[in-house]
Write a protein that binds this ligand. Structure first.
Ligand SMILES: [Zn+2]
Length: 459
């Protein structure tokens, strides 16, 4: 296939050029006025952008959460991803306490088989692990390790475990990703709220204040500095947390930060509405001024990636809650948390380009290039150089797309962005040279995505 005359934008800049997709599913050539080969399909993409497929390094497909399960599996989730222009996802495996991480990895590998775009996996540890396990994961292509500073009952680990895993991961070319919130302090605030009879949805945000996110970011950066390690902070949500990242980066700590579209577009007041429970996510939605700071952090490079933390539920599952109670959840601590987003990320971040907050180059870097580089998918993913996988998005900046649930393909009946339109959407999406989405419709086949072992980092 030859994509003619598009505005090609990737790590090598922006230029009007042709892109040749080779029969082997890689980029064969990029340049002006390429001569057509016999039998080659030529597609005129004048006036559209041609960019590397999106890389979403934070998804949760198929995940059980208490008595319910997230509503997208790897098939429906990757179909939605493809339609929205994301051609690689990296999902989080969790090894719960007492579980063998490699057995958990095998479970996720099985769940992921129906995927329609390429995928990698991160590993979440919820307790101390021997260094051999980290080496085995890296050997299996799992080169990033998530640890939680929150959720003491289920997931949280102490600083000694974080520092041990940082050291061991660094020795093996791995990267630690951290959920930064002060879990102990949050537990106290939650207990106090429940004891005072404050059980409503808004308490979810009130008991997880931004200052406790910022304090955890500072602690994470200190641990990385002491371990001589890089650290990646997932779903940064607030201005104080961003300030803590900037402060650590300025003294030379290699702190990589991710944010998500929900923190750029949605605010705490959503939790007060009639469908407030459908806006529960962690960290919680903040007041609107935080989003202004996050956009600026994206433009300045303090924030490196935009991922989604895609973790959708249906309205009924949300109401039912994580505990099996007649009538559904009894208080805010029983509402399953997480939002859909894998389909809408590129469109929502593109709105920031239209608004002049970030550049086209920033959009490509935040959504494709940087996540590919930081998570060992580069140079196969995240760029359009010859030899890279032909994961290509033809982006139509003139296409208007509704973000209502029934206009999207994620397997949920609630859209946090209902009523909103974005102005820019994929016209054509290729995964390793195969057309997987065209004009907002999935046209691929199940189980054509491949597991991508990720490369160790070199320092
Ligand atoms: Zn997550």
């Amino acid at each position: 296939m030859l994509l003619r005359n598009g505005s090609v934008t990737d790590v090598d800049g922006s230029r009007v050029a042709d892109v040749r997709v080779g029969a082997d599913g890689t980029i064969a050539a990029v340049g002006p006025a390429l001569a057509a080969s016999p039998g080659e399909v030529e597609v005129d993409v004048t006036g559209r952008l041609v960019v590397p497929g999106g890389v979403d390094v934070h998804t949760h497909f198929h995940l059980p959460v208490g008595q319910v399960r997230v509503s997208d599996d790897f098939l429906s989730g990757t179909i939605a991803a493809a339609i929205g222009g994301t051609t690689t996802i990296v999902d989080y495996v969790t090894a719960y306490r007492g579980e063998d991480p490699l057995a958990a990895l095998a479970t996720w590998r099985r769940w992921a088989e129906p995927a329609v775009v390429d995928y990698g996996l991160h590993m979440t540890f919820t307790e101390a692990v021997p260094e051999r396990v980290i080496a085995d994961c890296v050997e299996a292509g799992v080169t990033s390790f998530k640890l939680y500073m929150a959720y003491p009952q289920l997931l949280q680990v102490d600083d000694d475990v974080i520092l041990d895993v940082m050291r061991a991961a660094t020795r093996h070319g791995g990267l630690v990703t951290l959920h930064c919130e002060n879990g102990g302090a949050i537990e106290a605030l939650r207990r106090q709220a429940l004891a005072a009879g404050r059980t409503g949805v808004l308490e979810h945000a009130a008991t997880r204040p931004a200052v406790l996110e910022a304090q955890a970011v500072t602690r994470a950066a200190a641990l990385a500095e002491a371990a001589d390690a890089s650290v990646y902070l997932v779903h940064l949500s607030s201005a104080p947390a961003l300030a803590a990242v900037r402060e650590a980066a300025e003294r030379g700590v290699d702190v990589l930060a991710e944010t998500c579209p929900q923190y750029l577009y949605l605010d705490t007041q959503r939790l007060a509405g009639p469908d407030g429970e459908s806006f529960v996510c962690t960290p919680p939605l903040r007041d609107p001024w935080h989003a202004e700071e996050l956009w600026e952090g994206m433009a300045r490079g303090t924030i490196h990636t935009v991922a989604t933390d895609h973790c959708p539920f249906t309205v009924d599952d949300r109401r039912a809650g994580t505990h099996d109670r007649p009538g559904g959840w009894a208080d805010f601590t029983e509402i399953p948390g997480g939002l859909p987003g894998v389909e809408t990320r590129l469109g929502l971040v593109w709105e920031g380009v239209s608004a002049g907050r970030i550049t086209v180059a920033d959009w490509v870097r935040l959504c494709a290039e940087a996540p590919a580089r930081e998570f060992g998918l580069w140079p196969a993913k995240g760029n359009l150089r010859p030899g890279a996988d032909a994961d290509v998005v033809v982006w139509d900046p003139a296409r208007e797309q509704s973000l209502d649930a029934d206009a999207l393909h994620m397997h949920t009946d609630h859209s946090p962005y209902a009523g909103m339109h974005v102005h820019g959407w994929p016209e054509l999406v290729l995964s390793r040279g195969r057309v997987v989405a065209r004009d907002g419709r999935f046209v691929g086949e199940p189980a054509t995505g491949r597991y991508r072992p990720r490369l160790p980092r070199s320092r």
